[in-house]
Design a protein around this ligand. Structure first.
Ligand code: Z5A
Ligand code: MG
Length: 196
């Protein structure tokens, strides 16, 4: 049987990596994280995110994030076809939401274009946490994009891009005020309820 692909999306510091690691262990699956900063393209992305003097056009950044996913696509497909479950920490929706937040007049079909053909998740969680709570979390504000006004725009764009009304694979999960364990319980109950 093909492995399941479960994606965790959310704003910066919403607890994606924490939950992705826990779920990957519970499901005895593999963890994928985007951006993957260890690849050739990931190194450029890392420089862009951490060095404020390193400028790239919005289009180039968008294509680089997508290319970073394509760097891992063959490995991802192989694992899924062998029956391994994969938990993903950010993916296509992040790519679209962040680019759209930078320029809301951008053609969404153009934004989707470079990711067409990548494996589609069986389930996508979008974790929502209030800005007040995010601001208290460790390390916030160190990288490009980590500013409250921009994150509010990103949240709006995510909700637009996720199409929760028509796509049954999307789950918006309010985890505000929940501990790490409580969040895991909430996500796990959804995975079980869906029989994944
Ligand atoms: N980006 C993009 O523009 N286009 C793309 O296509 C992709 C990404 C894929 C870097 O992403 C940037 O890349 C990101 C989007 C852009 N920019 N922003 N903003 P990243 O994934 O490398 O980094 P991040 O997601 O922004 O941050 P993060 O540190 O990975 O956040 P997180 O994974 O959601 O959070 P965490 O590491 O699990 O938790 C953060 C802290 O909170 C940590 O100290 C935890 O112990 C704590 N924590 C976690 N859960 C809880 C709860 N429940 N209660 C209290 N404290 C908690
Ligand atoms: Mg993370």
């Amino acid at each position: 049987m093909r492995g399941r692909l479960i994606l965790i999306e959310g704003l910066d510091r919403s607890g994606k990596s924490t939950q992705a690691e826990i779920l990957a262990n519970r499901l005895n699956g593999q963890l994928f994280k985007f951006p993957d900063r260890s690849t050739p393209i990931g190194e450029i992305i890392n420089k862009f995110l951490t060095d404020p003097t390193f400028e790239l056009s919005d289009e180039s950044v968008h294509l680089l994030f997508s290319a970073n996913r394509w760097e891992k696509a063959a490995q991802l497909n192989k694992l899924l076809s062998e029956g391994t479950h994969v938990i993903m920490d950010r993916y296509v929706y992040s790519g679209i939401a962040y680019s759209l937040a930078k320029d809301k007049s951008r053609d969404v079909e153009w934004l989707y274009g470079p990711d067409v053909g990548l494996p589609k998740p069986d389930l996508t969680f979008f974790l929502t946490v209030s800005m007040e709570e995010l601001g208290t979390r460790k390390g916030w504000g160190e990288e490009r994009y980590e500013k409250e006004q921009f994150q509010l725009k990103v949240k709006e764009c995510f909700l637009k891009v996720l199409r929760v009304d028509t796509d049954p694979t999307i789950e918006i999960v309010d985890v505000n005020g929940l501990s790490i364990d409580e969040t895991t319980l909430k996500l796990w109950s959804i995975i079980e309820a869906r029989g994944l």
